[in-house]
Every structure is written in structure tokens, then in C-alpha cells.
Design a protein around this ligand. Structure first.
Ligand code: FCB
Length: 454
């Protein structure tokens, strides 16, 4: 099994960007080094029972020390681009000024990537809020949005020369809803009302940072990354169809509509007003809906929904026999295609980058090899789903596999492996999996094809 596209595919052009992605907290380690402050994830990992096996991010993939080796690894995969995130608590001191030691790390990393001719896609917030800001209310405090703008201003001034593409946030849904409403991610608050208010402040922070990023980095693209999974109804019953609509509205439309249409989904006003943020000030929606150069989309799976009298919907398993990954997520490339085409029909979208897509597999290292056949198929099928969406008219410019290497998978700790590269957490040895080799061969073949054409 290899990764292949039809010969005529636009995704074989050299202008289409392929990459691999990671996030700071998941790989860096070195949490007390060079003046890095505590983040909400450091604190969350210490709370008993929150993270599987009480794992934490103190060492992770030791990328803070092994970054040079990791750049070679990225290069060896033959990708065009690398998506990473900046750790806010590493680069900004408690008094709000730059921490030069933390910034030095990213300058070295990014300039080495540029030297290696790898495009740099940087996300400013991949969930690691400084704990001292959480102590002042975190994303429930409107002031935090302005703190984010200050951070974005300072760091983009420092790194402007090295960054091709800036994303303000990764997955506001997860940061706000999993973190403040469901309590399964940091900071671990579980109040129904908190989630949507935190989400509003995150979206506001995004909007506040946009002009700052544009001013400091006029040649870079600026956007945001949303996670979206396709929702289905458990049956054709009207109440299950309603459940599907609510799931889709609360998970997806709630985040994209403010950005594109300057409003929260109107249906919530009548169907579920308790899911609208309580405090939206005049002018907020205009700030949030300023144009973006790209929309990043992270896709992994689909979900099936049955009506629930108090929660609107409850998650049920697909009634058909389907394949799952090691994290119990249904493998559904057709849903990916459908999702992309639906979004294209519903909204006037900016160009899209698939900023994450990948599979967790129960990988084992045998004789220095990892035979992750399921991940190879997953990548093949999902890259082809993107290709079908492009054929149907969706403007998609890039695809990033999640993840470069196995890493700290949030509440699952190190128990779930998403990497194209296997990490032995005892020795920190990296081994390219069969999927990494398949991705590399696919990209080499594409280069070969485009050279033949020119
Ligand atoms: C996404 C996150 C990413 C990773 C993948 C599996 O929601 O953005 O950090 O954990 O899921």
C-alpha cells in the first residue's frame, strides 16, 4: 500500500503545500528551562486523574534540545512546510516583556527551517496559556483577549522575518469547550456557561491580533485553524436529525460563522439560547470577522448523534460496521470530502489549508521498523478525499499530516501515537514509520512528476 493520487490531480502541482505538524507543549519538554513560565497544561497534568498515566509535558520529545535532529527528520520526509506552535509562557515574561532566551529558541529553529527551504507555518496559541493569566480568569476574562494581542504583537515583531504563515489559534472549540465547559482539557473547568464565553473571548483575541500581525508581518499570510468533524444523525427520525443539526451547529458553525458572517448561528437564538455567549459587546463581531488570508481546517473523524432531552444530542456509535483508529475515532474519508464540499457551498470561504489530519495507531517497533499499515491507508484515503473536494471546486492549498512524530496527546498522555515518526520516550530515538516513508515517497514522486513537466 502506498499513497497515490490520480495523475491529473492538482495536488501533484508544486504549488500545493505539503507538510507535517506539531505543537509546542506536545513535543518541546524543557518546561522549566530558560525562564519558561508555568502553563495551564503543566498545572492540569498535576491534577490527579486528568491525564492518562499521570503523564506530563516535562520531557515530551525533548525537542527543545533535539530540534536540529528534528529539522533533519523533517527534511528527510521531503515536505514543503512545517507547522509548529509558539509557547506563550516560553517567550513572554510575567511582567509582559519578551523573554529573550525563549525567543532565541524559536529564532534558531525558524531560521534553520528557512535555510533548509522549509516553509514555516506558525500557530500562536495551541492551548498552553500562561498559568498566571489563568489565575486572573483565563479565557473567561475579556482582558485576556487584549493580553493575547500584546503577545501577538511582541512575538510577531521578533519573528516576522522567519514566518511564512501565521495562525492566531488552533481549534478554539477544544481550547474553550473541552477546557472550560467539559473540563477534560486544561484548565479543567466544567461549567456549561463558561465554554461559549471563553470561545467568544478567543475569537475576539483572534480579531484583535489580526491588524497587529498584518502590520508586523506584511508579507506573511494570516489566518486561524478550526477543527471540524462531520456530524450525522443516528437515524432518520426527526429528533435525531435535530440532534445532528445541533451538533453541527455547536461544534462547527458556532466557530466559522462569526469569522465569515459576523454572527453566531441564528438558530441558537430559538433552539438553544443558553449556548450563546452571555457577554458580546458592540463591535466585537466586526473585530472577529475581519478578512483572513486562509482558513486552517483540522479533520480526523465523523460523529453520529441521537437526540438527548437535556444535552440536545448524545454521541452514539455508527450502526454500520466501520473501521476505527486506536483512539476509537471512526475512519471516514468520505465524511471529510462531504464536509469540505458542504462548507464551500455554505460559505464564501478564503483559501483552505488542511492543517491537521492523521490517525492514532497502536504502533510497535520491531527490528527498527514500524509497520503502520492502517495509517498509510488513512493518509492515502484522506489525501484523495481532499483531491475530490478540490475537483468539486473547493479552494484547498495545502495538507499537513498530524503529526511529525509521536507526542504528548493531551488527556491521553503518551498512550496514543499519531506520528509519522516513532518516538522511543526512554531513549528519545526517532524511527521513521512505514507511513513516514510512504508520505516521503509520495512527495518525491510528485517532485519527480513536476520536474518532468517543466
Ligand atoms: C487535535 C489537536 C492536536 C492533536 C490532534 C490529534 O485536536 O490540535 O494537537 O492532539 O488533535
Amino acid at each position: 500500500m502506498s499513497i497515490k493520487l490520480p495523475q491529473t490531480s492538482l495536488m501533484l502541482a508544486s504549488t500545493f503545500t505539503y507538510g507535517v505538524a506539531t505543537a509546542a507543549f506536545q513535543i518541546e519538554g524543557a518546561n522549566n528551562t530558560d525562564g519558561r513560565l508555568e502553563s495551564i497544561w503543566d498545572r492540569f497534568c498535576k491534577q490527579p486523574g486528568k491525564v492518562k498515566n499521570s503523564d506530563d509535558g516535562s520531557l515530551a520529545c525533548d525537542h527543545y534540545n533535539l530540534w536540529q535532529e528534528d529539522i533533519q527528520l523533517i527534511q528527510s520526509l521531503s515536505v514543503d512546510a512545517y507547522r509548529l506552535s509558539i509557547s506563550w509562557p516560553r517567550v513572554i515574561k510575567q511582567n509582559g516583556t519578551i523573554n529573550p532566551l525563549g525567543v532565541r529558541f524559536y529564532k534558531q529553529l525558524l531560521s534553520a527551517l528557512k535555510e533548509a527551504k522549509i516553509q514555516t507555518f506558525v500557530t500562536l496559541y495551541h492551548w498552553d496559556l500562561p498559568q498566571h493569566l489563568e489565575d486572573r480568569g483565563g479565557w473567561l476574562n475579556r482582558e485576556n483577549s487584549f493580553k493575547f494581542r500584546e503577545y501577538a504583537d511582541l512575538i510577531s515583531t521578533e519573528l516576522a522575518d522567519y514566518v511564512d504563515s501565521w495562525a492566531t489559534f488552533n481549534e478554539p472549540f477544544c481550547a474553550a469547550i473541552l477546557g472550560y465547559e467539559q473540563g477534560i482539557h486544561a484548565p479543567g473547568l466544567a461549567e456549561p456557561k463558561y465554554g461559549r464565553q471563553a470561545a467568544h473571548h478567543i475569537l475576539l483575541a483572534h480579531g484583535l491580533a489580526l491588524p497587529v500581525l498584518r502590520k508586523n508581518a506584511p508579507n506573511a499570510q494570516v489566518g486561524i485553524v478550526l477543527n471540524m468533524n462531520k456530524s450525522y444523525a443516528a437515524s432518520e427520525k426527526a429528533e435525531d436529525l435535530f440532534a445532528e443539526l445541533m451538533r453541527e451547529t455547536l461544534d462547527n458553525q458556532f466557530f466559522i460563522e462569526p469569522l465569515i458572517k459576523a454572527q453566531y448561528p441564528q438558530i441558537l437564538k430559538t433552539a438553544a439560547p443558553e449556548y450563546l455567549p452571555a457577554m458580546v459587546l458592540e463591535g466585537d463581531m466586526e473585530i472577529i470577522s475581519q478578512p483572513i488570508d486562509f482558513l486552517g481546517l483540522n479533520y480526523y473523524t465523523c460523529n453520529h448523534n441521537a437526540f438527548h432531552p437535556t444535552d440536545l444530542f448524545s454521541n452514539v456509535k455508527n450502526s454500520q460496521e466501520v473501521e476505527y483508529t486506536d483512539i476509537d475515532w471512526e475512519v471516514a474519508p468520505h465524511a471529510f470530502e462531504e464536509l469540505l464540499i458542504n462548507l464551500h457551498k455554505q460559505y464564501d470561504l478564503p483559501p483552505i489549508y488542511i492543517t491537521e489530519n492523521g490517525a492514532a495507531c497502536a504502533d510497535t517497533l520491531v527490528n527498527d521498523e514500524v509497520d503502520d499499515e492502517q495509517r498509510v491507508r488513512y493518509l492515502h484515503d484522506h489525501i484523495n478525499a481532499v483531491n475530490n473536494a478540490i475537483d468539486a471546486g473547493v479552494d484547498i492549498r495545502g495538507y499537513f499530516a498530524w503529526s511529525l512524530m509521536d507526542n504528548f496527546e493531551w488527556a491521553e498522555g503518551y498512550s496514543k501515537r499519531f506520528g509519522l515518526v516513532y518516538v522511543d520516550y526512554t531513549t528519545q530515538k526517532r524511527t521513521i514509520k512505514r507511513s513516514g516513508k510512504a508520505y516521503r515517497d509520495f512527495l518525491l514522486n510528485r517532485k519527480h512528476l513536476s520536474e518532468q513537466k517543466t
